[in-house]
Design a protein around this ligand. Structure first.
Ligand code: SPD
Length: 379
């Protein structure tokens, strides 16, 4: 199901640049004051490696709110906490398809958009696409988005294949004779069936969002054929592993792999990392800010979300983590190298091959979980 045409979003972003609408925001005074129910604190739970270093300190300085900031690296971990209830979080960041089913489970409170003065700055085309899984955009605000693709060590790939062109196709990962060549230099993969099975299905020409057990099994079978060559399943350690040269091939998230590239360059260790969006297509994800129903510090939650939507703040986050943000007016402040990087902002012909992940029904989730356990344990 190719539901999302991000080319439209990119078009909007390009228009924003052409119109020069990156007006600088006033730095001070915009964060809401803590209300009477708030205790001057805020509990945020976000993905690891997903915010600029100074975003939270700057917000704390401006608002006087003390932020407790926790991190996770998988939707499944976040979901388990949310479904258990009383998570203690005021702002969380599930991916859109997980937000969709958590809305159905009654986990979040509807947003009072009147409390977000920067709401109007969100990309309207993106919001329309999001509304497919969050009807009326009632519960979630987009934070950052990206793709799932191939990260690789340029020298190791060149040594094995005489060049890096092979990274343009999922053939590199899914043909055993290819991935076998990289086994000894370290292959890592995201530890989540909800991305890897759809990627495998899409590669096979199947609907990546199929809920048919027989079709899902085909994806799992393909993954089994390459299992002997995968050293580690993990959803965040691959950044350092790529950067320090202990992994040479990774299926991971775009910005994370580009952060690995930057870390290697900063370390000056001679490791060159690159990211590829394979030509057969891959998931495009959006991670969403949402407020749990039982959040205790509502005023601060709104103030923080609104802060993240300021063009200058959104640009700073994109510049730091190499993921695009949903605020078109931020684009003029996004570094040119990031803005013009086709692996970060995919051009229309690449974007046309990207697909969104659908909400997974519980019975399919159980199949995914069983298949994933079998894959990892080699059963
Ligand atoms: N290190 C931050 C990674 C954020 C990735 N979001 C996950 C999207 C899953 N569909």
């Amino acid at each position: 199901m190719k539901t999302w045409k991000p080319g439209l979003l990119l078009g909007t972003l390009a228009l924003a640049v052409l119109a020069g609408c990156g007006k600088k925001e006033e730095a001070a005074g915009a964060a809401a004051q803590a209300g009477p129910a708030d205790a001057g604190v805020l509990h945020v739970y976000n993905w690891s490696d997903y915010i600029a270093e100074d975003t939270v300190p700057n917000f704390e300085k401006e608002s006087g709110v003390k932020v407790t900031y926790g991190v996770f690296d998988s939707n499944e971990v976040l979901e388990a906490k949310l479904l258990a209830g009383s998570s203690g979080f005021d702002v969380v960041v599930p991916s859109l398809q997980f937000l969709g089913r958590q809305i159905q489970a009654g986990v979040f409170q509807p947003l009072d958009k009147a409390r977000l003065k920067n709401y109007a700055g969100l990309d309207p085309e993106l919001m329309k696409r999001i509304a497919v899984q969050d009807p009326g955009n009632e519960y979630g605000i987009p934070y950052l988005w990206g793709t799932t693709g191939i990260g690789y060590n340029v020298d190791k790939l060149t040594a094995a294949f005489g060049g890096t062109d092979i990274a343009a196709s999922w053939d590199l990962v899914f043909k055993p004779e290819n991935i076998a060549k990289l086994k000894d230099c370290g292959v890592m993969m995201l530890d989540t069936p909800t991305e890897l099975v759809p990627i495998a299905l899409n590669y096979l020409g199947e609907d990546p969002n199929s809920t048919d057990p027989a079709v899902i099994q085909k994806g799992a079978d393909l993954l089994k054929t390459i299992r002997p060559y995968i050293q580690t399943f993990h959803s965040s350690q691959y950044i350092d592993a790529l950067a320090n040269g202990s992994a040479c091939l990774v299926v991971g998230w775009s910005g994370d792999i580009l952060q690995a590239r930057d870390r290697a360059a900063e370390a000056g260790n001679g490791v060159e990392v690159a990211y590829s969006i394979p030509k057969e297509g891959t998931p495009l994800f959006v991670d969403m800010l949402a407020i749990p129903k039982d959040a205790k510090n509502l005023d601060n939650a709104y103030a923080f979300i609104d802060y993240l939507l300021r063009p200058e703040v959104a640009a700073a986050n994109s510049n730091y983590v190499s993921y695009p943000n949903p605020v078109p007016a931020s684009l003029p402040s996004v570094d040119q190298a990031i803005r013009e990087d086709p692996t970060i902002y995919p051009p229309p012909e690449v974007a046309a091959k990207l697909f969104t992940l659908a909400i997974i029904p519980p019975e399919v989730d159980r199949i995914y979980t069983r298949l994933w356990t079998e894959l990892k344990t080699g059963r």
